[in-house]
Ligand binder design. Structure first.
Ligand SMILES: Cc1cc2nc3c(=O)[nH]c(=O)nc-3n(C[C@H](O)[C@H](O)[C@H](O)COP(=O)(O)OP(=O)(O)OC[C@H]3O[C@@H](n4cnc5c(N)ncnc54)[C@H](O)[C@@H]3O)c2cc1C
Length: 479
C-alpha cells in the first residue's frame, strides 16, 4: 500500500482521508498549518457565520447528522461536526497541526514526493493530495493607505472577537457572502454602520428554520426523513445551476424572485436602486439572506456605493468624501485565483506547478496535472459551484482518487499521471462550456486575470460526479 500525504484538514482533506482509510489504506498522514482541524469552519468565526447550502446536503453523505440545530447550521456546529467526524473515522491522530507545507518535489527515481515543511523538516510520501481549499487565504484590497488606519481593523475571515466594537462607528468594506451574514449583527452593536458596496448581489430569501425537538426526532426516528431533506435540496440546487446557463429560463426566474425580495424589503427607492444588481444573475454568487435588506433600512446604517479610494489614519475616502470611523471590517473575500501558490510544487523534469499555471490554473477533472505524477488536487481548478454543495464535489473527488489508487495497486504501478492530450481535451471542453455560461461575459473572482475562468465547474454536480466516477485508464500513463 502506498504512503499518502494530505495537505489540509477541512472538508476536502477529511473526505479523502476517510475514503482511503475505509478502502484499507493505513499509511496516511495529514499536514495542517493551523493549530487545529477544520478548514474554513475553523477560521471564519464572524457573527452569524453559517453555511448557505442546507446542512443535510452540506455534510458528508456517509455521516448524516440528525442533530442540526437549524436548516442552515452555524459555524460552531459545523466545526464540531467536522471534528467529531475526524475522530470517529480515526483521522484525528494522523493530523500534524502547526505543519505548513511550503514545498513538494517529485523524486522521479523513487516515484515519491519529498514534502518540505516550514519548520525545515522533510517528509516522504508515495502519493500527495493537496486539499488546501479555494477560499483559505483572506485577501485585502490594494487600497492606498490601508496600513495607516489607527483604529480597529481586521478581515472578516480572521474576526477579532476581543475588539471593543460596541457603540463604535464601524465601516464594512464589501457586501459578499460573509458580509451579508455579519452586517445585521454588527448593526446591533454599532452606533453607526457604513457599508461600502462595490457591486450589489442578487439576494434570495433564505428558507431557514430552527430544527426543534419535533424535527430532530423525525430525522432520528422516521426512516429516510433526513435523506429526503438532503435530496430535496440537492434537486433544487441542481435546477438552480441551470440558472447559470446564459439567458436560461431558470435564471430569469431567479432574477425576478431576487428583485421582488428586494422590493418587498426595501421601500426607499434610492436605496433600492443602489442595491439592485445590473449584471446577469449568477455572474457573482447568488446569496440567501433574510435580515440583510431590513438592516440596510435601519436609521444608523448607511450605504456608500462609491469605491474606497484611500484609507487614512481615521477613516476611508470614497468619491472624495472622508468618512471617519473607529473600526473597519474588510469583507473582501479570498485569494481564490492563485491556487496552491503558497507552496513550491515541482513535478517531473523540474517543472514548477506555478509555471504550468502561469495563465490560470487547470487540471483534468479538477484534480490531475500532466507532469505531476501521484499528485491530486481536491477542490482544484473548475470545481467550485455557483450553487450546490462543495462537500458533494469533494466526496466525488475522494472516490475518484480511491479508484485511481485501486487501479495502481491492482496493476502493480508505481506512478500515475494524466496524459497531456486528455488534460487538454478536458480543459477545452470545460472552457468552451464556461464561455457560454453566464460567467463567460462578466467579471468576477471566478476569472483569472488572463481571462480564463478557473474557479467554477460549468454544470451541475451530478455531471461532475458522473465524470469522475468513470475512470478512463487510457487518459493516464501508468508506470
Ligand atoms: C465563510 C465561508 C462559508 C462557506 N459556505 C459554504 C456553503 O455554505 N456551501 C458550500 O458548498 N461551500 C461553502 N464554502 C466554501 C468552502 O470553501 C467549501 O465548502 C469547503 O469547506 C472547502 O473545504 P476544503 O477542505 O477544500 O478547504 P478549506 O476548508 O479551505 O481547508 C483548507 C485547509 O488547508 C490548510 N492549509 C492551507 N495551506 C496549507 C499549507 N501550505 N500547509 C498546511 N495546511 C494548509 C488550511 O489551514 C485549511 O485548514 C464556504 C466558504 C467560506 C469561506
Amino acid at each position: 500500500m502506498p504512503s499518502i500525504g494530505i495537505i489540509g484538514s477541512g472538508f476536502g482533506a477529511l473526505a479523502v482521508a476517510i475514503t482511503l482509510l475505509e478502502d484499507g489504506h493505513d499509511d496516511i498522514r495529514l499536514w495542517e498549518r493551523s493549530d487545529s482541524i477544520g478548514g474554513v469552519w475553523r477560521d471564519n468565526t464572524y457573527p452569524g457565520a453559517a453555511c448557505d447550502v442546507p446542512s443535510a446536503l452540506y455534510s458528508f453523505s456517509f455521516e448524516p447528522f440528525t442533530g442540526w440545530a437549524s436548516r442552515y447550521a452555524h459555524q460552531p456546529q459545523i466545526l464540531t461536526y467536522l471534528r467529531r467526524t475526524a475522530a470517529k473515522y480515526g483521522v484525528t491522530p494522523r493530523v500534524r497541526t502547526g505543519a505548513t507545507v511550503v514545498a513538494a518535489t517529485f523524486d522521479e527515481a523513487r516515484s515519491q514526493w519529498e514534502v518540505g515543511l516550514a519548520d525545515g523538516t522533510v517528509d516522504r510520501v508515495d502519493v500527495l493530495v493537496s486539499a488546501v481549499g479555494q477560499l483559505s487565504d483572506p485577501a485585502l484590497p490594494a487600497i492606498p493607505g490601508i496600513d495607516r488606519f489607527r483604529g480597529i481593523a481586521f478581515h472578516s475571515a480572521r474576526w477579532d472577537h476581543s475588539a471593543p466594537l460596541s457603540g463604535k462607528r464601524i465601516a464594512v468594506v464589501g457586501t459578499g457572502a460573509s458580509a451579508i451574514q455579519f452586517i445585521p449583527h454588527l448593526a446591533d452593536r454599532a452606533s453607526e454602520l457604513l457599508v461600502f458596496q462595490r457591486t450589489p448581489s442578487y439576494i434570495l430569501p433564505r428558507p431557514d428554520q430552527r430544527y426543534g425537538r419535533l424535527y430532530r426526532g423525525a430525522f432520528r426516528n422516521v426512516p429516510g426523513a433526513l435523506q429526503r431533506e438532503r435530496e430535496t435540496f440537492w434537486s433544487i440546487a441542481e435546477q438552480f445551476s441551470r440558472g447559470l446557463d446564459d439567458d436560461s429560463r431558470a435564471g430569469r426566474i431567479i432574477r425576478a424572485l431576487a428583485l421582488t425580495h428586494l422590493r418587498l424589503r426595501v421601500r426607499d427607492r434610492a436605496l433600492r436602486e443602489a442595491l439592485t444588481p445590473d449584471y446577469p444573475v449568477g455572474c457573482r454568487r447568488i446569496l440567501f439572506a433574510n435580515s440583510f435588506y431590513p438592516t440596510m433600512t435601519r436609521p444608523h446604517v448607511g450605504l456608500v456605493t462609491a469605491a474606497v479610494g484611500e484609507v487614512t489614519e481615521t477613516g476611508l475616502v470614497a468619491d472624495g468624501v472622508h468618512h471617519e470611523v473607529d473600526a473597519i471590517v474588510f469583507a473582501t473575500g479570498f485569494d481564490a485565483q492563485n491556487f496552491l501558490s503558497s507552496m513550491r510544487i515541482e513535478g517531473t523534469g523540474s517543472r514548477l506547478l506555478a509555471d504550468a499555471w502561469a495563465d490560470g490554473a487547470r487540471a483534468h477533472l479538477g484534480m490531475h496535472v500532466p507532469g505531476f505524477p501521484n499528485f491530486f488536487v481536491a477542490y482544484g481548478p473548475n470545481t467550485n459551484l455557483g450553487g450546490g454543495s462543495i462537500v458533494y464535489m469533494l466526496e466525488a473527488q475522494a472516490r475518484h482518487i480511491r479508484d485511481v489508487l485501486r487501479r495502481m495497486r491492482d496493476g502493480g504501478h508505481r506512478s500515475v499521471a494524466v496524459t497531456r492530450e486528455a488534460a487538454d481535451r478536458f480543459d477545452h471542453a470545460v472552457q468552451h462550456r464556461l464561455e457560454r455560461s453566464v460567467w463567460g461575459h462578466c467579471e468576477s473572482w471566478y476569472r483569472h486575470p488572463s481571462g480564463r475562468i478557473t474557479s467554477n465547474w460549468p454544470g451541475n454536480t451530478r455531471t461532475y460526479a458522473d465524470a469522475t466516477a468513470r475512470l478512463a485508464p487510457e487518459e493516464f500513463s501508468w508506470t
